[in-house]
Design a protein around this ligand. Structure first.
Ligand SMILES: [Zn+2]
Length: 225
């Protein structure tokens, strides 16, 4: 019998972090555990994770405009900052919807880490490694191992069909499938109409064609960390 998990609080997610200094690989594993926990809570095997899911975890305002001190031509993908009792997350509005969603998930990891004594825990990590940990979290949240295998088992076996289900670009889905050891070249029809179960996104850019190159996802030192 499937038992619905309750959404963990931010504190609970922070408690999943060790209290001691960890290395890069340990940090990746913690990030994956936190993301998987959220993905299971939000039943990512049945629906794409929404922006509202992410913003429900804490008081959060999402602004699609350049963060203070930058312009549309030089603003980073995302910045988060705690101000007057709430998190403000700036997302670069010139990037695709799917990229902005990935950036929001990345920023969520910064927010979780912010309350987890990260200066001690991440002492061994370089800033690019911390960014990579946040990317790893975002990947595991939006395309969790459990959910990808689940949908694969249900017959979604092409990057295109899985990308549609997860509201992710085909290129990103292909990379994820490869990382999870799934073939990406099966010439197999996906289950017809299956993806109708997933609500359409307002923007069509989660589908083939353009997508993001791998981050670095720039953040301002001391601001988003
Ligand atoms: Zn970052």
């Amino acid at each position: 019998m499937h038992k619905k998990l309750s959404t963990p609080s931010l504190r609970r997610l922070r408690d999943m972090m060790p209290r001691y200094s960890i290395n890069y690989h340990q940090a990746l594993r913690v990030a994956e555990r936190q993301a998987s926990r959220l993905a299971r809570t939000w039943e990512a095997e049945h629906r794409a994770i929404r922006e509202a899911d992410i913003s429900s975890l804490t008081r959060m305002t999402i602004l699609r405009r350049p963060c203070p001190g930058t312009s549309i031509t030089d603003c980073p993908s995302g910045v988060s900052r705690y101000e007057q009792g709430r998190w403000i997350v700036w997302l670069n509005p010139s990037e695709t919807t799917s990229r902005q969603r990935f950036t929001l998930a990345h920023e969520l990891k910064h927010i979780i880490d912010n309350g987890a004594a990260h200066t001690t825990v991440y002492k061994q990590l370089t800033p690019p490694e911390i960014e990579a940990v946040c990317d790893h979290f975002a990947t595991n949240l939006l395309m969790s191992r459990h959910a990808v295998y689940h949908l694969w088992g249900d017959g979604l076996r092409t990057p295109e069909s899985l990308a549609m289900a997860f509201h992710i670009s085909v290129n990103a889905m292909r990379r994820r499938m490869t990382a999870l050891g799934l073939p990406t070249d099966l010439d197999e029809p996906s289950v017809l109409d299956y993806t109708d179960a997933f609500p359409a996104t307002p923007a069509p850019d989660t589908l083939p064609g353009h997508f993001f190159t791998e981050p670095p996802n720039t953040t301002f030192p001391g601001v988003a960390a």
